[in-house]
Design a protein around this ligand. Structure first.
Ligand SMILES: Cc1ncc(COP(=O)(O)O)c(C=O)c1O
Length: 368
């Protein structure tokens, strides 16, 4: 079987958006992937088994209504009001499918990211391919489509739901569309639901009624539950009518049987999330300590909230950052360069991983 030699041959860079997570397959000495923001605990075991078992049903179509996985996820998002909210929820083949679906279906006009100057690029890629005028994320001009990644990947910034509500009202035109990506918001902790836009049903309704602004909430489930290869995402629409419109243009059966079975099981795994909230901040603090030691007086800066699954590190020097990316790759522990896509060539994004895996990366960097 032919295999590509290096990552550079994986992406059609003129056409596709660069993304981490591609090196692992082409490194003979691969140990661990530090280039994606997946959960350091790895894939939850019971859910993985459910996905494996579902392979045995691959001679059947998956359910066209995405059930019972969709209801299970609805119950997990809104433990108390899931039945009334379920019809506003749609699953997708990764968040990427839903990002494209919602941007494609929005009225034409301007697009803006925010409130931070750099964020996950897939939204902009979709806006550009759909012929939108791209506005500066830090400008004052109101856009008719706005995408907010909160917590922001890669910078690790976070705004409370009240701050986001204010920002939306100030930065979006009437009749506009807002997409809030809360893929990393689960890491906030056990109280994550209280600070999520998914809980703001009244605000969503009111903003739609008074200003005709449609606010959607997207989740990629491939990071918190470490299943990027399975492709699993969801979108919460402002009304059932909006959800019907997305369903109308969605490819049928876009979420396959193993992914649906995985989701149906994983939402029951309370221990996995509790362990995630317990260990991630500990490992992350250790990573920053070790990077600070490695910096040895150099003014490196580390960004992001303490509970997140990655560190956005500014090495303040293009050559050092490039060397860091190269050394990590050579040692079988690839990290994400800040250069392609994010255009931050002095930065690297390093995933939070277990201490033994961190040892390999830090050893590779000892002469950096
Ligand atoms: C913030 C954010 N949203 C969405 C995605 C897309 O995820 P997927 O299509 O794997 O669900 C990613 C992937 O890196 C991401 O970081």
């Amino acid at each position: 079987m032919a295999a590509a030699d290096t990552t550079t041959t994986v992406w059609d860079t003129k056409t596709q958006q660069f993304h981490g997570g591609q090196d692992w397959k082409f490194l003979n000495n691969f140990i661990e992937d530090f280039s994606v923001t997946t959960n350091c605990l790895g894939t939850p075991i019971k859910a993985l088994q459910a996905a494996r078992d579902a392979i045995a049903t691959c001679h059947h179509y998956p359910p066209a209504n995405q059930e019972p996985a969709k209801s299970s996820l609805a119950e997990w998002i809104w433990p108390e009001h899931w039945e009334s909210n379920r019809e506003r929820l749609l699953l997708g083949n990764g968040a990427s499918e839903l990002i494209d679906l919602v941007i494609r279906s929005a009225p034409t006009g301007t697009w803006k990211a925010g409130p931070w100057d750099v964020q996950y690029k897939e939204y902009q890629r979709s806006a550009e391919t759909n012929g939108r005028d791209i506005l500066s994320p830090l400008g004052k001009e109101k856009a008719n489509v706005v995408c907010i990644v909160n917590p922001c990947n890669p910078t690790g910034d976070y705004k409370s739901v009240e701050e986001i509500k204010t920002w939306i009202l100030d930065n979006v035109q009437d009749n506009g569309v807002v997409v809030i990506d809360e893929s990393m918001q689960i890491w906030v902790g056990p109280h994550f639901r209280e600070d999520s836009m998914t809980a703001q049903t009244e605000f969503l309704e009111k903003t739609f009624k008074e200003r005709n602004i449609s606010i959607y909430v997207i989740h990629s489930w491939t990071k918190i539950w470490s299943c990027t290869g399975l492709r699993l995402g969801s979108i919460v629409c402002p009304t059932i009518g909006h959800c019907v419109e997305l369903k109308r243009i969605q490819v049928p059966w876009s979420v396959n049987s193993p992914a649906l079975a995985f989701l149906d099981e994983v939402v029951r795994d309370k221990e996995y999330l509790e362990e995630t909230w317990r260990v991630t901040p500990i490992y992350r603090a250790q990573l920053i300590d070790r990077l600070t030691n490695l910096a040895n007086g150099r003014p490196w800066e580390f960004f992001g909230k303490p509970y997140l699954s990655w560190v956005w590190a500014d090495m303040k020097d293009v050559e050092t950052a490039e060397k860091a990316v190269e050394l990590a790759k050579q040692a079988g522990v690839p990290v994400r360069s800040g250069k392609p896509g994010y255009e931050r060539p002095t930065f690297v994004r390093v995933a939070v991983r277990e201490p033994e895996q961190m040892d390999v990366l830090l050893t590779a960097w000892k002469n950096l």
